[in-house]
Design a protein around this ligand. Sequence first.
Ligand SMILES: Cc1cc2ncn([C@H]3O[C@H](COP(=O)(O)O)[C@@H](O)[C@H]3O)c2cc1C
Ligand SMILES: O=C(O)c1cccnc1
Length: 361
Amino acid sequence: MTSLGETLGAVRPVEPGPMAEARAHQDRLTKPSGSLGVLEDVAVRLAGIAGACPPPLPAPAALAIFAADHGVHAQGVSPWPQEVTAQMVANFAAGGAVANAFAAQVGASVTVVDVGVAADLAPADGLLVRKVAYGTADLSQGPAMTRDQATAALTAGVEVARDLVAAGARCLVTGDMGIANTTASAALICAFTGREAAGVTGRGTGVDDATYQHKIEIVRRGLRVNGIAEAEAVPGGPDAALRVLAAVGGLEHAAIAGFVIGAAAARVPVILDGVIAGASALAACALAPDTVGYCLAGHRSAEPGHAVALTHLGLEPLVDLRLRLGEGTGGLLAHPLVSAAVRVMHEVATFDSAGVADKGD
Ligand SMILES: Cc1cc2ncn([C@H]3O[C@H](COP(=O)(O)O)[C@@H](O)[C@H]3O)c2cc1C
Ligand SMILES: O=C(O)c1cccnc1
């Protein structure tokens, strides 16, 4: 068993020296300075993460899809039955989901982790059972999880990251599956950013207007019953972060937060997927602030809370395709861009080496 405290303490800031070196190297390459835009920033950050310039290629990539159920589903916040969580876990394990197709496209492995599905699942190839509970309690009635449950799910995420890196992964990608988890995501984003529920709650898998208004009300109620003021960010520090995560988060949010922290502790970049990952990353970065240096925002999801979370974290999304699926799909699609950004550092000639004239002063 990994101690969560030890892992939090192992997260170091990204290294400024190799980042400065990478920035200077970018300017010597046979292209106008800054012409690769955000990709230059990505390559610079990967140098800081690896502590080396040029940084290693971020491959192979490994996607982990954390799955769990939500007590708040009983409030009618999702049009889908809760059983779809377990059914989709089987679909991931059989290779039949969108995430599997995108993983195959970009050459990423897929690991599915049951951290809280409300059904018994048997371990199988690519399916780890690390169940902490059969779903959370209803966050609109009281805390969704105990502190111990949140800690156990965080630890499961840390350990999955550690094991994937030990098995050779050089880039991690977050994925989620949990019917009703956009409600818990909205509540987490409210608590960590201090935004109002109406500004961060989205339609998830597609609720109608009446259900959407009800969903916003449930997010408000969840904050209220758990003693979290709406439109006021919770105080910083790991203790408050764990309290918020346990109060209104999901078991997969906690596990994803642990996974992101585990990536940072192992000095490996982690590509975040959509709104569930964004909400989880807010918790991760509140628990261990240097974690943010290891996070790349794969995409911006159509859920309004996602942009709020990314702005709060200071992360710029790599793609915006109006995706609103989760599973890791948006994170996976960004992986070739991250690889391309790093490959430039290895393969592109400098003005000197290629005999190309630099622009005049
Ligand atoms: C078939 C199916 C596949 C999915 N894959 C991801 N999600 C996504 O939708 C769910 C969150 O939306 P809400 O909060 O509205 O329930 C999560 O399971 C998320 O991973 C799916 C949802 C469905 C129905
Ligand atoms: O942003 C996401 O990842 C998302 C949006 C809607 C439903 N599930 C996931």
